[in-house]
Every structure is written in structure tokens, then in C-alpha cells.
Design a protein. Structure first.
Length: 161
């Protein structure tokens, strides 16, 4: 039996962080957390690109365009959607999430999911460096771990050929 587990090893990896400007006081902190995580886990600062988009709705097409370049080992998608008085939240949060999920399958590149979907701004702020940590950091950590895992699986498949 073979068992595989990834580590958040960033050495030699290229990472793209795609972040929404909407609720920018929150998303800037998420980006800071993701950058810090990448660098602390060995990604060279110059091997991280940050792409800013208007809002969460624009995350999937920007991630798709970045991944089409075949330049990146993983991606971190960051944004903050806060529930309001209309169903707008449900459409934006749901469709952005679905789009990002589909892109992982389409491109086979890990996408760290850092799209906050909160009921209140206080909840979003708590997840962007507040009482609940920094979900930008957590999302980058997951993306790096998955990139390492994919590499291990690819190497194992190559060894069997």
C-alpha cells in the first residue's frame, strides 16, 4: 500500500494570488497573510504574482486566465462577500465558489479557497487577521500542500511507467 501526503513546500514553486478589491480593507489583509505564508514556506518573493480583480464574481475568469499561462504551480483565490438584504450574496458567493471548483478540475492546478462568505463584516474581519486567524494564510498553506501532493503523485506515476 502506498500512502501520500503533501507538505507546504514552496521551494521552486510559482504562485499566483488572485484577490478581489471589493471589501478591500479585508482582502488586503488576506493577501498579506497569503504572501507571508508563501515566503515562510520557501516560495521566493519574486515567484509570487498578485492579480487584483474588481470583486468575487471576477475571480474565476481571472484565475482561468492565469492558469492558462501554465506558469503557476498553484493559485490562491481571495475575496470577501458579506450577506446583505438581497439575494445578491447567494449568487455571487455560490457562483464564484462553483467557478473556482470547476477550474481545479479543468486545469489540474490546486486553488486555495480564500473566498470569505460571511453574514457580517465583523465575521470577515475576524477571518482576515482577527480572532479567527487569517484565511489568506490558510488558503495559501492548503494550495502549497496540494501542489506538493500533486508532485508526489506525479512522481509515483512516473516511477511505475
Amino acid at each position: 500500500m502506498a500512502e501520500f501526503i503533501g507538505e507546504p513546500a514552496g521551494q521552486g514553486r510559482r504562485v499566483v494570488i488572485v484577490a478581489a478589491r471589493f471589501n478591500q480593507h479585508v482582502t488586503e489583509k488576506l493577501v498579506e497573510g497569503a504572501l507571508d505564508c508563501c515566503v515562510r514556506h520557501g516560495v521566493a518573493f519574486e515567484d509570487v504574482d498578485v492579480v487584483w480583480v474588481p470583486g468575487a464574481w471576477e475571480l474565476p475568469p481571472a484565475v482561468a486566465r492565469a492558469l492558462q499561462t501554465e506558469r503557476y504551480d498553484c493559485c490562491v483565490a481571495l475575496g470577501a462577500v458579506v450577506r446583505g438584504d438581497t439575494p445578491h450574496f447567494d449568487f455571487v458567493a455560490g457562483e464564484a465558489s462553483r467557478g473556482l471548483s470547476m477550474l481545479q478540475g479543468e486545469f489540474g492546478v490546486p486553488i486555495g479557497f480564500g473566498l470569505l462568505t460571511c453574514d457580517t463584516m465583523a465575521q470577515a474581519e475576524a477571518r482576515a487577521g482577527g480572532a479567527h486567524g487569517n484565511k489568506g494564510w490558510d488558503s495559501a498553506l492548503a494550495a502549497l500542500e496540494m501542489a506538493d501532493l500533486f508532485g508526489r503523485l506525479d512522481n509515483a506515476a512516473g516511477a511505475e511507467d
